[in-house]
Design a binder for this molecule. Structure first.
Ligand code: EPZ
Length: 427
């Protein structure tokens, strides 16, 4: 198992390239199942979850060719070809390791008229049900059966009919699944209270490039006119707004100045607004954002919400940053029921945080002290890295495989902007 060792105290400074978005990549890749023509994705981040998804696509009969990028380059070009599906099943041993595998359900069902996908099970941040995925697919004509831990889906007559569905709560993954299933349905579909995250816009843009007919992209109502077939396309994955926001918190907590290259300000307005309110100077530049941390951060009151609200995926990173603010901050996590796993680890470093239900009160302290800590989930592990950058002494983060799921070459990027950070292997 690898660990990451950080010796805190350095102000970050320099240019940091932002990679392609993990949560866009994981919904763009399954689109290649919808056509027998090649789909080429550029700016694909080099991440464990992307590799895992590639293996899943291979299991289904798709080829995934990585094309000419030098190892020192960030991101990759992958061409996915699904001449035909050799399987319509996503097995438990794959799905349990990567929940996003559930995103092959809609595409397999649309392509083959049937699908058998393992229920993903829960994870560290919550039990993560998929009832909304299934209800939305039923609304556009799928027949769904749950048996022995699997979802068995079928389309009568081999093709989904299309239909209308209004989500009772916003769900990113369920919106992605039903959109990917609806684009080649016999008829039209209307999806209401759809998720509006930039990753959904990226998905719709790729599908349109493949010949899909989608109106209302970026709004909460998507109108999809089913087409008989989709063709291949070449598409660049959007930059990762959560990675960028994470490094912005790193710059802020160290009082440093970082140029985040490649990120789009419009994808992360709520994050920018929160940073500015905390006293961070954010300058929009033609190639990204300049983040200048103040000598002392101000406290914030934040509540996570679906886009365009403050992203739940930014909560842990902001909590780490606000441990050093001048006053008490109040964070409320409205999306997941157990997304405070980073709190006891931050407390080991001297943070003063009180959690009551969905709310955490973070009292700013004058310093954090490095300690051995444990990563528990992706964004929680990034909050420990952020805390380690400012802590006195050495912080050792174990189970960094959580980080490798969502942050491309993290220690290289941070070393390049002045962090004293290294990865060590415990064999
Ligand atoms: C996506 O997860 C992201 N993952 C998550 O990022 C992100 O935190 C989340 O959206 C919210 O923005 C990927 O895109 C791969 P949801 P998803 O469906 O789709 C409940 C990260 O750190 N719900 O929008 O699973 C659910 O329990 C990861 O990069 C149901 O009740 O999130 C949650 O409370 C973590 N039934 C809420 O809705 C369902 O069928 C929002 O979940 C589906 C969801």
């Amino acid at each position: 198992m690898d660990r990451i060792i950080i010796r805190g105290g350095n102000r970050l400074s320099g240019r940091l390239p932002v990679s392609g978005a993990k949560n866009a990549a994981l919904t763009l890749m399954p689109c290649a199942l919808l056509t027998d023509e090649p789909v080429t994705l550029r700016n694909l981040p080099r991440l464990a979850d992307v590799d895992g998804f590639g293996h899943l696509l291979n299991q289904l009969g798709a080829s995934t060719a990585i094309e000419g990028t030098r190892p020192e380059e960030f991101g990759r070009v992958m061409t996915i070809r699904t001449g035909r599906l050799t399987s319509t099943e996503a097995p438990y041993d794959i799905v349990r390791k990567m929940r996003a595998s559930i995103l092959v359900l809609g595409p397999i069902l649309a392509r083959a008229g049937e699908a058998r996908v393992s229920l993903p099970g829960g994870c560290a941040i919550g039990n993560r049900p998929i009832d909304l995925h299934l209800k939305a697919l039923e609304a556009i004509g799928a027949q769904i059966e749950l048996a022995a831990g699997y979802v068995k889906a079928s389309a009568p007559g081999g093709r989904l009919s299309g239909g209308r569905y209004r989500f009772p709560v916003v769900s990113v993954g369920a919106t992605e699944n039903v959109v990917m299933a609806a684009v080649t349905a016999k008829g039209s579909s209307i999806i209401e209270n759809a998720a509006r995250e930039p990753e959904i816009v990226d998905l719709c843009n790729l599908l349109v490039a493949m010949g899909a007919r989608i109106a209302g992209i970026g709004t909460e109502t998507l109108e999809i006119e089913g087409v008989d077939r989709l063709h291949g396309a070449t598409y660049a994955v959007m930059p990762d707004r959560i990675e960028a926001g994470s490094y912005a918190c790193a710059a802020a907590i160290t009082g440093g100045t970082l140029d985040l290259v490649g990120v789009k300000a419009d994808d992360m307005r709520a994050t920018i607004d929160a940073l500015v309110e905390a006293g961070v100077v954010v300058t929009e530049q033609k190639d990204g954002l300049r983040i200048a941390g103040p000598d002392r951060l101000g406290p914030l009151t934040l509540s996570t919400a679906p886009y365009p609200g403050f992203a739940t995926d930014m909560q842990a990173q902001f909590m780490a940053m606000l441990c050093m603010a001048d006053g008490a901050s109040v964070l409320t996590e409205t999306i997941f029921e157990n997304r405070y796993m980073h709190v006891p680890e931050l407390a080991r470093m001297g943070a003063d945080i009180l959690v009551q239900g969905r709310t955490a009160v973070v009292k700013g302290v004058s310093k954090l002290v490095g300690a051995p800590v444990m990563a528990t989930d992706l964004r929680a592990s990034m909050s420990l890295i952020i805390a380690g950058l400012v802590a006195d002494g050495e912080t050792s983060v174990a189970r960094v495989y959580h980080l490798d799921r969502g942050y491309e070459r993290l220690e290289e990027k941070l070393q390049a902007v002045g962090a004293d950070i290294e990865r060590v292997s415990d064999g």
